[in-house]
Ligand binder design. Sequence first.
Ligand code: PBG
Length: 324
Amino acid sequence: MTSYRPRRLRTTPAMRRLVREVRPHPGELVWAVFIHEELAEPRPIASLPGVSQHPLAAVPALVDAAVEAGVGGLMIFAIPAVRDARGSGAVDPDGILNRAIRAAADAAGERLVIMADLCLDEFTDHGHCGVLSADGRVDNDATLAVYAEMGLAQARAGAHVLGLSGMMDHQVAVVREALEAEGFTDVSLLAYAAKYASAFYGPFREAVDSQLEGDRRSYQIDPANGLQGLHEAELDEFEGADIVMVKPALPYLDVVAEVAAQSRVPVAAYHVSGEYAQIEAAAANGWLDRRAAHLEALTSMRRAGADIIVTYAALELAAWLKEN
Ligand code: PBG
């Protein structure tokens, strides 16, 4: 018989609290929100219970709610009224996303980090993350030029962090260079570095009225590949990413852990729509304790090494963390 008795450290709530390795904090949460150009009232998203598309006018209130909850940042996605092949609404200073950024940045001041999705999929009529070449394929380098313009439009609107989610090669370098050239040296880049072609994005497609037919497998990473995720994260760090992200989160915690081990910049994890919806659906059936499941998911992402968590549940998580 040995004297090793790991249960000693689990004997009382006080002991368990003493030895706890991670203690998630509201300040590391980023609240993902949807702004819809055509709405006057919030519209619930059926596949994301508790999450709505919001009108532009709601942005200052969303900012205040985030600040009050103590969350670290707001990630803005926007749904335009009109789409075209090049995603022109994304680079238009009066496009819905850029207007939402401006409203959020004005409302936030220095109280909250305002982040914007930098990708064309909400703005193209074909729903792809980039522009298409004549043969219908997603054209990497033609897309980069649009991303550079989009990044500048978002920086001019006052975004603090640009969330590069399109998975085009060199997107970080090209947007960084465009920002430098215009003097936006303080705008940070959050690279969706290891973004997988995942089934867990299902509800997001409803949330942004996605026009996509087909899939994104020619630019997002095949779920079977861990090394490509590490490689992408490394390249994005070299290209000048200030933060690198792994997405989705829980099915890819191995990648989160390895990216955290290799990176010298903060690592984010995105608890995506399908991950959120799984918990909600099971909880609605009485099969899971909703609060406990959300908190455990958060704890697991942090334990794997993520410093920052993007989530639709940020406000509730923040409230629960304060209570605990
Ligand atoms: C692309 C983008 C997507 C998500 C975030 N940014 C959709 C996709 O890649 O198909 C998904 C997020 C989620 O599922 O919560 N702009």
